[in-house]
Write a protein that binds this ligand. Structure first.
Ligand SMILES: *[C@@H]1O[C@H](CO)[C@@H](O)[C@H](O)[C@H]1NC(C)=O
Ligand SMILES: *[C@@H]1O[C@H](CO)[C@@H](O)[C@H](O)[C@H]1NC(C)=O
Ligand SMILES: *[C@@H]1O[C@H](CO)[C@@H](O)[C@H](O)[C@H]1NC(C)=O
Ligand SMILES: *[C@@H]1O[C@H](CO)[C@@H](O)[C@H](O)[C@H]1NC(C)=O
Ligand SMILES: *[C@@H]1O[C@H](CO)[C@@H](O)[C@H](O)[C@H]1NC(C)=O
Ligand SMILES: [Cu+2]
Length: 380
């Protein structure tokens, strides 16, 4: 099922539940300029570093990795990251039983497809994607000698002109350009009243223009079969501006005090009054700002190299939100199926995510803190 069909069915299935959260007393201009987000981000960083200073674990102030926004990295670090991803696309897969998985990069498509119905709009959305991005970074290190730190992409900085985004401007320090312009691209903008994207065709400029997408789409008869094709993108500034702006991002963090509403607002969950009005919300907004194939495919989107920086930003929002009130923000909410379809029990911190053969099984409890358990990083 394509993401747009999924969203449509999810929107129809809405049963509304009211929730109150205190609005934050910040001037609108400080929110829109990014001043508030920068302040919250700095506060969360400081709080995490203070916790680290008194922690007795193996993650310390000396060895903690600092994840940075893409454009804050020196050019050579951006190129090193991109080359490590290209290298992963040359390594053999760990899933040797999946005919379409030809590379260690494709493994991430297989893993995501298997987990999709249980780790979106469910109790493990944030922990799954946290462990998943970490696993990706680990594979870059272990298989490709990557020495840097996983970057993230703050969408809101690029909403004014996505074609100029340092992530997608087609330069050597980007992850390649937009797709070639075709009529009627693949973004679902129209469905939510956004303009069409500016690409839609194959990426012909810059890094990853020679990358072959090996599996999918999810609508194929056997989606995990080998189906080589070009990478398509359909950059969409309007989707970014309407759903993934700095204001949209800040609002999710300032307007939510419990995990249930925080994750609902991130995903535009139709089951809550406060999140149902957010449409695509930042999660869908970031995905469809890239769009295309496989970027716009809910199941196979990790085969788009930009996926990991998009979800890096989601994880960064989770990090900021958690560290603004750490004592109260180490729990989960929601059930173990997407939008509780079919209906299932509530998830718990003792539920597990089995990433074999890529990484060991972990309890959600072990994935709560970015400076403990398998992790040792903070966001700047
Ligand atoms: C964030 O803003 C508040 C209120 O203006 C201020 O007291 C605090 O020092 C700021 N924190 C940082 C880390 O800049
Ligand atoms: C491939 O093997 C994994 C175990 O490593 C298993 O969970 C999965 O179901 C298998 N996939 C297919 C398509 O056979
Ligand atoms: C893509 O492949 C062609 C043919 O092998 C080569 O000339 C070109 O430089 C490659 N482009 C990139 C961005 O790697
Ligand atoms: C997102 O923020 C923009 C301003 O940056 C605003 O116009 C838009 O209504 C917001 N979207 C949602 C869904 O709140
Ligand atoms: C599941 O959690 C919700 C709150 O998030 C609660 O209202 C509900 O009673 C719980 N269900 C069960 C079966 O414990
Ligand atoms: Cu996902």
């Amino acid at each position: 099922m394509m993401f747009r069909q999924l969203l449509a069915s999810v929107l129809l299935a809405a049963s509304v539940h009211f929730e109150h959260a205190a609005g934050a007393p910040y001037p609108q201009s400080d929110i829109d300029s990014g001043k508030v987000l920068a302040n919250l981000s700095q506060t969360a960083y400081n709080n995490a570093m203070s916790r680290l200073a008194i922690s007795t674990g193996t993650c310390t102030k000396e060895n903690v990795k600092v994840r940075k926004e893409w454009r804050k990295l020196p050019a050579e670090d951006r190129i090193a990251y991109r080359k490590a991803v290209e290298c992963l696309m040359q390594q053999p897969p760990a899933f040797t039983n999946v005919s379409g998985a030809k590379t260690a990069f494709d493994d991430f498509g297989v893993l995501h497809v298997a987990f999709t119905p249980y780790v979106h709009a469910s109790a493990s959305f944030l922990t799954f994607h946290r462990y998943y991005i970490h696993t990706f970074e680990q594979r870059l290190r272990n298989l490709c000698g990557f020495k840097g730190t996983m970057p993230y992409w703050e969408w809101g900085l690029d909403c004014a002109d996505m074609d100029k985004s340092p992530l997608f401007d087609g330069s050597e320090t980007s992850l390649g350009g937009n797709g070639e312009k075709v009529r009627g691209g693949q973004s679902p903008g129209g469905m939510f009243g956004a303009k069409a994207g500016t690409g839609g065709g194959c990426v012909k400029k810059g890094p990853f223009s020679n990358y072959t997408v090996n599996m999918g789409p999810i609508g194929a008869r056997n989606p995990l079969d080998y189906n080589p094709r070009c990478l398509k993108r359909d950059l969409n500034s309007d989707i970014c501006a309407k759903w993934a702006s700095i204001r949209n991002t800040t609002q999710v963090i300032t307007d939510t005090s419990d995990i249930e509403l925080f994750q609902a607002m991130l995903q535009g969950d139709p089951r809550y009054a406060k999140s149902a009005v957010l449409g695509l919300a930042v999660h869908g907004g970031g995905h469809f700002t890239i769009g295309g194939d496989p970027g716009g495919d809910f199941y196979f989107s990790p085969l788009e190299p930009g996926f990991y920086l998009h979800h890096g930003q989601i994880d960064r929002m989770y990090f900021v939100w958690q560290n603004l009130d750490w004592a109260k923000r180490q729990n989960v909410a929601g059930t173990i199926t997407m939008n509780n379809q079919p209906p299932t029990r509530n998830g718990t911190l003792d539920d597990t995510l089995d990433f074999s053969p890529l990484n060991p099984e972990k309890k959600l409890r072990e994935l709560m803190d970015t400076i403990a358990g398998p992790f040792c990083y903070v966001y700047e």
